[in-house]
Design a protein around this ligand. Structure first.
Ligand code: SF4
Ligand code: SF4
Length: 282
């Protein structure tokens, strides 16, 4: 019995020594800058940097020289901290915010059929390209809301996604999750947006949505520099946004919105949240 215990103990000791030697021999040297960068990143693991998470980004900055200004949730403070760790100049990041380019909720936009399947946008889109008659309209089933790590998206009772400009960090997770390409990243300084994503001709849009862009060009005629019309869809020229107000007023379908004045109807987000430079992006 004693011999067996001694023998087992010996095997255990030998194994421990072998493991210790192997650990030393095969240990991978980790650059301390990697841990320091990980420390200053947001920890959201959101993928806004284009890498699978914060650890992968920290590693890529150190080992591959990936730029220090890709963590949008961290904002400028994080860029400066990473640049200091790496001993490089801090480059500015243009803060962005996501915008849902649609306000055609269940009261204002028609469906092709009554969808009773899984309450998920990607699942719904797989059935005959989704129930919404507008091919670019929000399906309202909250795929974007579920992936947002910052709680910046809510679904209104009438079924449309709305994004809080205050809470959005520009991580782009919602953009990747939306099967209808409804969500666009826009400069945070711009508050005027055309909330439509349909390139159909006006007569077609009118058949399925009360609040879609009909490509009538009235906005462009009223405020020539502030709007462009591409394939029957208007968009704001953000550099000229200060001249956009007459277009908002004259648009016959009211599809242009200034978020500085409030959020779409049905949202609980308040206009006061629409600060141009929230702290996390400063
Ligand atoms: S914006 Fe896209 S993901 Fe979000 S609810 Fe609408 S269709 Fe779904
Ligand atoms: S006025 Fe309104 S509906 Fe007409 S093109 Fe401009 S945004 Fe579209």
């Amino acid at each position: 019995m004693i011999a067996a215990v001694i023998s087992l103990g010996g095997i255990g000791l030998a194994a421990a020594v072998a493991l210790g030697v192997a650990a030393k021999k095969f240990a991978v040297e980790v650059d301390p800058r990697e841990a320091a960068i990980l420390e200053v990143l947001s920890g959201a693991n959101c993928g806004a940097c284009g890498l699978p998470g914060c650890s992968a980004y920290a590693k890529a900055v150190v080992e591959e020289g990936v730029p220090a200004n890709l963590c949008s949730p961290g904002g400028q403070a994080t860029i400066e901290a990473i640049a200091a760790i790496m001993g490089v100049a801090a480059e500015a990041m243009v803060p962005q915010v996501a915008v849902v380019r649609c306000q055609g909720d269940n009261r204002k936009a028609k469906n092709k059929f009554h969808y009773l399947g899984l309450q998920d946008c990607n699942a719904a889109q797989r059935i005959a390209d989704g129930p919404k008659a507008c091919p670019g309209g929000c399906l309202g089933l909250g795929g974007c809301e579920r992936v947002c790590p910052f709680g910046a998206i809510e679904m209104t009772a009438d079924g449309i996604a709305v994004i809080s400009r205050d809470k959005c960090t520009g991580c782009k997770k919602c953009v990747a999750a939306c099967p209808r390409n409804v969500i666009a990243m826009t400069p945070r300084t711009a508050t005027v947006h055309v909330l439509c994503n349909s390139h159909d001709k006006g007569a077609v849009v009118r058949k399925y949505c009360e609040v879609g862009c009909i490509g009538c060009q009235i906005c462009k005629k009223t405020a020539p520099g502030a709007y462009l019309i591409e394939d029957f869809l208007a968009r704001v020229v953000y550099e000229e946004e200060q001249d956009a107000a007459p277009g908002i007023e004259k648009c016959p379908t009211k599809c242009i919105r200034d978020f500085a004045l409030g959020y779409p109807e049905g949202s609980s987000f308040k206009a006061a949240e629409s600060r141009p430079e929230p702290e996390h992006a400063a």
